[in-house]
Design a protein around this ligand. Sequence first.
Ligand SMILES: O=C(O)c1cc(=O)[nH]c(=O)n1[C@@H]1O[C@H](COP(=O)(O)O)[C@@H](O)[C@H]1O
Length: 285
Amino acid sequence: MNFTSMLQRAERQNQSLLCVGLDPDPTRFPQRFKGDASKIFDFCAAIVDATAELTIAFKPQIAYFAAHRAEEQLERLINHIRRAAPQVPVILDAKRGDIGSTAEQYAIEAFERYGADAVTLSPFMGFDSVQPYLKHHGKGAFLLCRTSNPGGDDFQNQRLASVAGEPLLYEHIAQLAQGHWNLNGQLGLVVGATYPGEIERVRALAPTLPLLIPGVGAQGGDALATVKAGWRGQMDADGLPETTGAIIVNSSRAILYASSGEDFAAAARREALKTREVLRAALLA
Ligand SMILES: O=C(O)c1cc(=O)[nH]c(=O)n1[C@@H]1O[C@H](COP(=O)(O)O)[C@@H](O)[C@H]1O
C-alpha cells in the first residue's frame, strides 16, 4: 500500500490528525530507564503501544537514535510499529539533502534499511537532490517549506526576485512541490504550527498535498488555528473525515514526557488522546 493510501486509512480508522513524534532523550526517561540509551527501544515501544490507535502517523527523528549509536534500536522500533500499529505509516524525520548520488544512498537508508513510508527532506540543493527519493514508488517525501523555528525566517521568507511574481522562498517551494517537481504524486510539505498564516498560504498554493505540521505542544503552536489553516476536506455521513489535503500534526516532547514517572506510557496516552480530541473538535469548529 502506498504512503497516501496508508495516511488516508490511518486518518479514518484512528479518526486522528495527530502524529506522535518519537524523539527519545534518555536524560528525560523515567527513573528505571533514566540515562540508559540501551532502553531507547523499550521507551519508544511503550509509547507506540499506548498510542497505536490514536495516531495518523509515527515520526521517529533519526538524530535521537544516531546520537546514541541506537540505529539498530530504530530498526527494531519500526518493525515493532508494523506489528503493533500496522495501519499507521512511519515518517522518518531525517531532513536529508545532498547531491543525487549521495541522495540515492540516503533513500536506500530510509526506505530499505528502515522501511519507512515517508521521509523529510531539505529542498535547499534543488530538484536533483530530491529526485532519487521519488524513484521509490509509493513512498512519500516531505520538503521543508516554512519550518516551525524562528530562524526559518532567515531564508524561507526572502523574496525571490528571479522568479516571476516574486514569491517568497517558501511560497516558491510550495508551488514547485504542487507542480512539476511532484512527478508521481509523492511530495508533501513541512509547515510549522507556529505560523498558521503561512500554513494558510501554503495550503492555497498546494491544495492537494499532505502537510506535515510540527510545533503544537512543546513549541506552543495553536491546534485550532493549525487545522483551520491547513485542513481541506469534509465530514462524510458517518462523521468521518474525507480529506483532499491531509494534515499530519506532530507533537513529540509534550506526549513523550507527559510524565517522568512510571506512568509515562499512560500519561502519554492521555496527552495524545487530549491532542487528538482538540484536533478533531477543530475540524467541526
Ligand atoms: O521536520 C520536522 O519534523 C520538523 C520541522 C519543523 O519545522 N519543526 C520541527 O520541530 N520539526 C521536528 O518536529 C519535532 C517537534 O518536536 P516537539 O517540539 O517536541 O513537538 C522535532 O522532531 C523536530 O525536529
